[in-house]
Write a protein that binds this ligand. Structure first.
Ligand code: FES
Ligand SMILES: [Fe+2]
Length: 448
């Protein structure tokens, strides 16, 4: 008798009791996954979302209130007042902090209790603090660190935050809502083969026809996470693209509308983004779109279409009619339809899923390391005060060679260039492009 998995019409026979991979998908306080995510800075909200009223936010399963004092200092505090639990979203921002609406308790941005006016003679309150987290505002996004207060890491300044070759480069913040767990969104970025199908042959060209060429793929570790090296032959050119995941939950992606017709070296990112868990089954994809002549020379992008619940690319959020979503699905439809938390047990992997496997392993290893008391070690490598990162596009002219297996040739290009991109982290950020151009010029693989 055949195993049920080999039988046609096996719907009735299949297992229906499969559950999520709890270890790497939980985000709440006290969970192993939640502890892991609480070791780095996470985005809370866009600057544009916080007006004069306090803003109720949910992050890593915790409800918090974000506010700005009338002097301009930001605070992020526990939602429920330490007195008797009224929500501080109804509080009033003061010069020094926030005052609860119910009996007037007054809290500083760091949680210090400044006053308990419903008991003017009470001084006991000076002995304890309301829950609060440190906050940093950076280029239109407000970040926080929700880990142990005695080990607040430096805010990571990635080398992409400054464009060393184009002073007119613009970073536009955005925030998109996904009704699913953060891991399946992160995994999408280490699955570049979906660009051939979802973004080109299935839904029509959503970015550029060049995305429809089946890439030769590899995945490698970087000092701060991992990256895929996807290499494509495009006419007489070889296009070398890398896309990185920075642990635990950051990602950078290259040009959306890359057209690899011209030679180039180390063209940087079109987006830096954070898969910011709201809770186990909801996530904000928050980050910046980058606009400059390098990543978008044809001006396909539109900075005015980027912001809260909007971005200038199709299929990235729930902003279309149902019929259009079904006829031309994009990342949003593919990712959120995997379910509130994708069930790994029901997957059937092929060789191009190796990057997803690597991503899960790195996250699992990181979670276990934090659980076992080891220091969290992402983002340690700094050159000139910034963190070197690894997402880029390069294109070299290398016509097809008669008599050679072109797939093997371009695989070798990918392997060697991936190594060079990682090695280049030792170079000062402003010199890295020239360094990689020189290395590319030397890179000739004629025989395999
Ligand atoms: S509940 Fe906030 S002051 Fe009483
Ligand atoms: Fe995609």
């Amino acid at each position: 008798m055949k195993h049920w998995i080999e039988q046609p019409y096996s719907g009735y026979l299949r297992k229906h009791d499969m559950g999520p991979d709890v270890e790497i998908t939980q985000v709440g306080p006290g969970t192993d996954g939640g502890e892991y995510l609480r070791r780095t800075w996470q985005p809370v909200a866009l600057t544009e979302e916080l007006l004069d009223l306090p803003l109720l936010v949910k992050l890593l399963g915790e409800e918090l209130v974000l506010f700005r004092t009338t002097k301009g200092t930001l605070g992020l505090v526990e939602k429920h007042c330490s007195h008797r639990g009224a929500s501080l979203e109804y509080g009033i921002a003061t010069e020094e902090g926030i005052r609860c609406c119910y009996h007037g308790w007054h809290f500083a941005p760091d949680g210090t209790i400044l006053e308990t006016p419903n008991s003017p003679t009470n001084t006991n309150y000076k002995k304890f603090c309301h829950g609060a987290y440190p906050v940093k505002e950076f280029k239109g996004i407000i970040f926080t660190y929700m880990g142990p207060p005695d080990t607040v890491p430096d805010f990571p300044f990635l080398d992409t935050y400054e464009d060393y070759h184009d002073e007119n480069s613009e970073l536009v913040p955005y925030s998109l809502h996904y009704p699913c767990n953060w891991m399946q969104i992160a995994e999408n970025t280490q699955d570049p083969v979906h660009s051939v199908f979802l973004h080109t042959s299935i839904s029509g060209t959503q970015f550029d026809d060049s995305w429809g060429v089946m890439p030769v793929l590899d995945w490698v570790k970087t000092p701060i996470g991992m990256m895929n090296v996807n290499v494509r032959r495009w006419k007489d050119n070889v296009w070398l693209r890398t896309t990185e995941s920075i642990l635990p939950n950051y990602n950078q992606a290259g040009a959306f509308w890359e057209r690899p017709d011209d030679e180039k070296a180390f063209q940087r990112v079109a987006t830096t983004r954070f898969f910011r868990p709201i809770d186990d089954t909801h996530t904000h994809v928050m980050g910046w779109r980058f606009f400059n002549d390098s990543v978008d020379p044809d001006k396909n992008g539109d900075p005015t279409a980027v912001g809260k619940d909007k971005i200038d690319a199709v299929g990235q959020l729930d902003d279309r009619e149902r019929e259009e979503q079904q006829r031309e699905p994009g990342d949003y439809e593919a990712i959120m339809s995997q379910g509130p938390i994708a069930i790994h047990e029901r997957e059937t992997w092929v060789d191009t899923d190796r990057g997803v496997g690597m991503m899960r392993k790195l996250v699992r290893d990181g979670i276990r390391a934090v659980r076992d008391g080891e220091a969290f070690t992402s983002l340690p490598a700094e050159v000139s005060g910034v963190v070197p990162t690894f997402t880029q596009d390069s294109v070299i002219e290398r016509p097809l060679l008669d008599g050679y297996d072109d797939e093997k040739v371009i695989r070798e290009y990918g392997k060697r260039y991936g190594e060079i991109v990682i090695e280049s982290a030792k170079v000062k950020p402003e010199d890295r492009k020239a360094y990689l151009q020189a290395e590319l010029d030397k890179l000739h693989i004629d025989k395999i």
